[in-house]
Design a protein. Sequence first.
Length: 267
Amino acid sequence: MFKKVLIILAVLISYSTAFAAHPLITDDTGTQGRGKYQLEVNSEFTYDKEGVFDEDAGEHITEKTTGGELATVLSYGITDNLDIVLGLPYQWNKIKKDRTVESDVDGISDISLEVKWRFFEKDGLSLALKPGITLPTGDENKGLGNGKVSYGLIFIATKEIAPFTFHFNLGYTNNEYKLQADKNANRKGIWHVSVASEVEVIKDLKAVANVGVERNQDKTSNTHPAFILGGLIYSITDNIAVDFGVKGGLNKPENDLTFLAGIVFKL
């Protein structure tokens, strides 16, 4: 925990800017504007519990998974409708079977580099494309990365219908794996569909909601993880905002519970 606190402090000291509408999973079409920066520091803490059959022991046991991520996202406006976005994630994960710790890892995961291009805007409707790649900076032997460059594309739509704003994402990611074990266990092509809404309940305070589903990465399962999320975004000043959210799993493959929190700085 001390290491994680040091990383957060280092990030905040190193930059002075941030990203978009966290805690939403669904992205919006908003961009920073020419020459402007934004830094977002997001954290999430996950919990999952399920009964599994241990073939070695020949009995059913309880498997608990706890983990989280600290994600730093730096955005820069190349033009008014075009951003370049750099993401640096730090992850940790622990798996316990009954009282035995099976796995306990942490470290830098794969760095992402994306471009968001808003190509249409009229009458409260805006559309954007967000292509991106991930670089193999995480240790694939610890499950912290793919070991190879992967790529993806997200179509984003935002519609304003006062007092609400709605967002829609349709995405596809192609994961490349270095380890043969990962190739055998995981699907390469992952689709994602999600919708979100936000509304200002009082001055400077927004309530947000989000639902979504994506293809299960596990080749042995055809049940695709689905989630529901609710949260709040509070603007302390025009340039600083904080947020908090809770995400729940709607089916077994999704984590039971995830707590999300973040802070945004704009310049």
